[in-house]
Design a binder for this molecule. Structure first.
Ligand code: CP
Length: 311
């Protein structure tokens, strides 16, 4: 993977073809089974993965670190830039930070509050860079989260082609952007978006998605949309406690969905996904979050050790 200029980064969902997605899915299932049986090939012995987290994270950072260590590698990094020279009064540039990391690690995972910061780092990086989520709003992406989402849906439905997917919440978020880009690579996927009026995708993104053949429409009410879909993908809003009522997946509304429906959420959740829903057999989000480690094992292996290195 992923970009065609060496070294091979994973910066955007655009970096992966449908073939890449199949390969990552296959490798992720392989690693999931190997973790289960405690028979994990030690592909990353002697390798160091740096995790540079300029924003808080539970799942992305810890699952990348777990994935590295499961494969026999080790990690360095930070979860608070203010205890390093990358933050605080210094705010060392991403370019200089990249030049430093070139001598310290074999790959780097970055989360940043600014769109484009991970790309800036990658421009000066001699080692693979993975976008662990950058910014908010237009062009923000979180491609590894979307890979986890795809694997989880494939587990439940056998394929992504043909799925009807309702995305509920503030859709102008990085994980949604990456997921929508990936969905353009599949056939006959229909997307329904239920969001606040001021949270629509940008015109440019809508044009781009449509030009790549994705069918999507905005819907007004959960009650109606929920009857028409296979997948309910719930996402948070700007604040975990401030969610418009129409974006909350209440159990009584969920009852109107078909029996085969599955619910996903990248987590952490706010009040949009009440804990009462957890007892439903439709709730897939804790299986989804467990896929974080095998998916990230597959990505690290592919970038650092895989047959695709040097493509
Ligand atoms: N889903 C996700 O990216 O979670 P974190 O913010 O905890 O990494």
């Amino acid at each position: 993977m992923l970009t065609r200029n060496k070294p091979y980064h994973l910066l955007s969902a655009h970096d992966l073809s449908r073939e890449d997605l199949s390969d990552i899915g296959e490798r992720s299932r392989y690693y999931r089974e190997r973790v289960r049986t405690r028979a994990i090939p030690q592909m990353l012995v002697g390798r160091i993965v740096a995790t540079l987290f300029f924003q808080p994270s539970t799942r992305t950072r810890l699952s990348f670190e777990a994935a590295t260590q499961r494969l026999g590698g080790t990690c360095v990094g930070f979860s608070d830039p203010n205890v390093t020279k990358a933050g605080g009064e210094w705010r060392e540039s991403m370019a200089d930070t990249a030049r430093v990391l070139n001598g310290y690690a074999d790959a780097v995972v970055i989360r940043h509050n600014e769109v484009g910061a991970v790309d800036l780092h990658a421009q000066e990086s001699a080692i693979p860079v993975i976008n662990g989520g950058d910014g908010r709003g237009i062009r923000a992406e979180h491609p590894t989260q979307a890979l986890i989402d795809l694997l989880s849906m494939e587990d439940d439905f056998g394929a992504i082609d043909g799925l009807k997917i309702l995305i509920v919440g503030h859709v102008n978020q990085r994980c949604v952007h990456s997921l929508l880009i990936f969905l353009t690579k599949f056939l006959d996927v229909s997307v329904f978006l239920l969001t606040d009026d001021d949270e629509h995708l940008s015109d440019a993104e809508e044009r781009e998605l449509r030009s790549h053949g994705l069918t999507f429409q905005y819907v007004a009410a959960l009650e109606d949309a929920i009857r028409r879909v296979d997948v309910i993908y719930v996402i948070g809003t700007k604040s975990p406690c401030e969610v418009a009522g129409k974006l909350v997946l209440r159990p009584e509304i969920l009852q109107r969905s078909a029996p085969h429906v599955r619910i996903y959420h990248p987590l952490p959740r706010g009040i949009e996904l009440p804990t009462e829903v957890d007892a439903s057999r439709k709730a897939a989000y804790f299986r989804q979050v467990a896929n974080g480690v095998p998916v990230r094992m597959a990505i690290l292996e592919r970038l650092l050790n895989g047959s695709h290195q040097g493509l």
